[in-house]
Design a protein around this ligand. Structure first.
Ligand code: HEC
Ligand code: HEC
Ligand code: HEC
Ligand code: HEC
Length: 112
């Protein structure tokens, strides 16, 4: 009986201790996980907030245009936004990435 109660108490305490960690459990994209990135490489503030492009660009130059990419225009330097479009409009980290341009166009490119 005492054992059961002890188990219960330990369980409840672990919820208090680990609960917040579980709430923040997020999967990373394979290209970042395999490269050994940690949460703090992108999230320089706590609690975790949206990651701004400066942080991405601390590791990545804006990619060169791939001329042969299905004839699609340069999404990293478009006539509308130039190179100023926040990365996470397209590259999500914790969910499917999104082809932002296709809210208006029908370009055939897949965002990693
Ligand atoms: C490569 C950069 C990167 C890494 C590494 C990363 N994140 Fe994120 N995180 C983002 C971006 C970008 C967003 C904005 C939403 C999105 O695009 O998925 C975000 C959003 C979040 C949010 C939601 C914040 C909000 O208010 O929208 C949480 C919570 C979070 N990340 C937790 C984590 C945890 C925990 C880790 C480590 C396991 C982690 N992130 C690693 C880039 C990153
Ligand atoms: C701490 C350094 C670091 C930060 C910060 C970082 N990355 Fe990365 N990223 C890497 C590394 C390392 C790789 C794997 C090697 C490579 O492909 O360059 C990678 C890979 C990628 C890839 C896949 C490349 C491919 O060839 O498929 C994309 C897309 C990407 N990062 C976008 C982002 C975006 C968007 C952000 C900001 C939300 C970000 N990265 C933040 C280091 C970083
Ligand atoms: C409008 C959508 C869009 C935005 C915004 C965007 N990207 Fe991309 N990105 C793509 C697509 C699509 C690819 C796939 C390769 C291609 O089509 O050239 C890609 C590929 C990449 C790659 C892989 C390297 C390569 O040459 O393929 C990296 C790294 C990357 N993006 C980083 C960034 C960073 C950093 C930002 C913010 C400064 C950003 N991207 C903003 C759509 C976007
Ligand atoms: C809110 C709607 C919207 C979004 C989002 C959008 N566009 Fe456009 N775009 C337009 C409209 C409207 C035109 C002008 C009519 C046309 O030529 O289709 C245009 C024209 C263009 C043109 C041809 C005009 C020129 O000056 O060469 C290109 C290339 C283009 N967009 C690329 C992009 C890219 C790349 C993205 C994503 C980064 C994007 N667009 C996002 C609405 C949009």
């Amino acid at each position: 009986m005492a054992d059961t109660r002890m188990t219960m108490i330990v369980f409840l305490m672990s919820l208090i201790v680990f609960g917040p960690t579980i709430a923040y459990a997020q999967t990373m994209k394979p290209h970042h996980k395999n490269a050994g990135l940690e949460c703090s490489d992108c999230h320089i503030t706590k609690p975790f907030e949206e990651v701004l492009m400066d942080q991405c660009q601390s590791c990545h130059d804006i990619p060169e245009k791939k001329e042969d990419y299905h004839g699609a225009p340069d999404k990293h330097d478009s006539p509308h936004y130039g190179p100023e479009l926040e990365c996470d409009n397209c590259h999500a980290e914790h969910e499917e990435s999104d082809n932002f341009c296709n809210s208006c166009h029908e370009f055939d490119f897949k965002v990693p």
